[in-house]
Design a protein around this ligand. Structure first.
Ligand code: CU
Length: 119
């Protein structure tokens, strides 16, 4: 997935310049629970502060730097956000977050993940 690498590098540089934001991801379910193949799923994120989802934007980044907006809904706990992922074929993806904290600060983050065929 050669195409995605320059994008990630560019975004990493952008993110490091915006690292003063105040809503930081403290937990994400991608690390514990792999995204299933060809099946819609949900990703759970936790932030260290309340987030303003109405002002925030979340995108799925797929091969060819294609950005698709994805739905983010509030979870049950404060700072918890649930992302609705569509059914995905195997490959390399990322979730791009532009999150407004309750104090009005914007933070950006990029969470990379793989969808792998079960063996
Ligand atoms: Cu802040």
């Amino acid at each position: 997935m050669r195409v995605l690498k320059p994008l990630f590098l560019a975004l990493t540089l952008v993110i490091s310049n915006l690292a003063f934001g105040h809503a930081v991801v403290t937990h994400n379910s991608l690390k514990l629970k792999p995204v299933p193949v060809n099946q819609a799923s949900q990703v759970e994120l936790s932030f260290n502060s309340k987030v303003e989802l109405d002002l925030s934007e979340v995108f799925l980044v797929s091969a060819g730097d294609v950005m698709t907006p994805i739905k983010a809904i509030p979870g049950e706990k404060p700072g918890q956000v649930l992302l609705e992922l569509p059914s995905l074929i195997p490959g390399e993806y990322a979730i791009k977050l532009k999150i407004f904290a309750a104090d009005g600060h914007l933070s950006e983050d990029l969470l990379r993940f793989f969808v792998k065929e079960a063996k």
